[in-house]
Design a protein. Structure first.
Length: 382
């Protein structure tokens, strides 16, 4: 009887699945250490790339530190300039040390030496030419000097002496400032950093970072391919053994030609929904195929289930397509509504500007009611 044949086929189907799941379990156990090796390789590669990315941040910070360096100003206290120079150069030196640990270069060593010399030179700068509130003296002298010139031009002779004194004082202060700055420059001559020093160094490190990143990726791919080969070797070996164990069962299943083809079509259509024979037998029950007495009933049931699955999949796809189109249409409507509101706002602003430039501004009934900058009553104020 057909029912007996179907029952026997179901036993073979489940036995074949048991063998496949058993080999799947063996594969997972054998490949677990290799998967862990791959995870570790991925983790190390990510850590390396993150570390390189962090060095890019350090490069940016190095440039930023140099940009924050202060130049000695006209009457900046020497101790403030000196402290800033030492601290700034020290921060730059720390960054270079950090980068140089990972990427030791001759340029890095040169910069480290230059930073050290710069800090030493900065420490030797003495607090010379310091005049308390010298900037006040300067600007006071400048103003009085200007008054002196105005008085001289206007013919006020009494201002010549006083104005000349203050004007001379301003000149003295300018000379004082020039000597002061030259004194500092002399101490830092050829030992202070320049923007070219930093730019050349950061450019070099960026090239090394790029090279290191490419090496890391190549190393990851090479080791990854080796691990993948190990996985494939295990998979091929187990697949061969599984196929060998299934030969007899598959041959026996194929002897139930009609049932085997119909079930294969069901499995192909339903995919992961069918694991065991009980899965497709349950599908028959759920769709009210309670009595399957012969091949015709079985084939009709399989055909109807496949058609139903295809209809369901098509309807689902159609719903998703319709939902996608609805969302796109809604987004387009919102975009057009926004563009329309924006255009109306611009027109109202233009209309408001038109009203403001009209002589009838305060006595016009159309004021604040115009929706576009067009008005038959408009009269320019100007």
């Amino acid at each position: 009887m057909f029912k007996d044949e179907l029952q026997e086929y179901n036993k073979l189907f489940d036995k074949a699945k048991e063998i496949e799941y058993e080999y799947g379990k063996i594969y997972r156990e054998k490949t677990k250490p290799i998967d862990q090796k791959m995870d570790q390789l991925t983790k190390e590669s990510d850590e390396t790339l993150n570390k390189l990315s962090n060095f890019k941040t350090e490069i940016t910070a190095l440039n930023s530190l140099f940009d924050k360096r202060k130049n000695v100003k006209f009457f900046m206290p020497i101790n403030i300039y000196k402290e800033n120079l030492i601290n700034n150069t020290g921060d730059i030196l720390n960054k270079i040390n950090l980068i140089n640990e990972q990427f030791p270069t001759e340029q890095g060593e040169t910069l480290k030496e230059k930073c050290t010399k710069c800090i030493t030179a900065a420490e030797s700068i003495k607090k010379r030419f310091e005049i308390k509130h010298a900037d006040i003296f300067f600007w006071l002298s400048f103003v009085l000097g200007a008054i002196f010139i105005l008085c001289a031009i206007s013919g006020m002779g009494w201002a010549w002496i006083a104005g000349g004194i203050f004007f001379s004082l301003a000149v003295v202060l300018v000379v004082y400032s020039s000597i002061r700055i030259k004194s500092i420059d002399k101490k830092l001559n050829r030992v202070d950093l320049s923007i070219n020093d930093i730019q050349q160094y950061t450019s070099l490190i960026k090239d090394l970072l790029k090279e290191k990143a490419e090496e890391s990726k190549e190393d990851f791919l090479k080791k990854g391919e080796k691990i993948q080969s190990e996985l494939e070797a295990i998979g091929d070996d187990l697949q061969s053994k599984q196929d060998n164990d299934l030969v007899g069962i598959k041959k026996e299943m194929h002897s139930y030609n009609i049932i085997d083809k119909a079930v294969n079509n069901l499995v192909s259509c339903y995919g992961q929904e069918i694991h065991w024979s009980s899965d497709y037998m349950k599908l028959f029950e759920q769709n009210f195929y309670l009595e399957i007495n012969d091949e015709k009933d079985f084939l009709d049931a399989c055909r109807d289930l496949i058609e139903k699955k295809k209809r369901d999949d098509n309807e689902k796809a159609e719903r998703e397509r319709a939902e996608h189109e609805r969302r796109m249409a809604q987004a387009e409507a919102e975009r057009q509504e926004y563009a329309q509101r924006k255009q109306q706002d611009e027109q109202r602003r233009a209309a408001s500007s038109l009203c403001l430039s009209c002589k009838h501004l305060y006595g016009c009934s159309l004021k604040e009611n115009l929706t576009s900058p067009v008005c038959s009553k408009y009269q320019n104020k100007y």
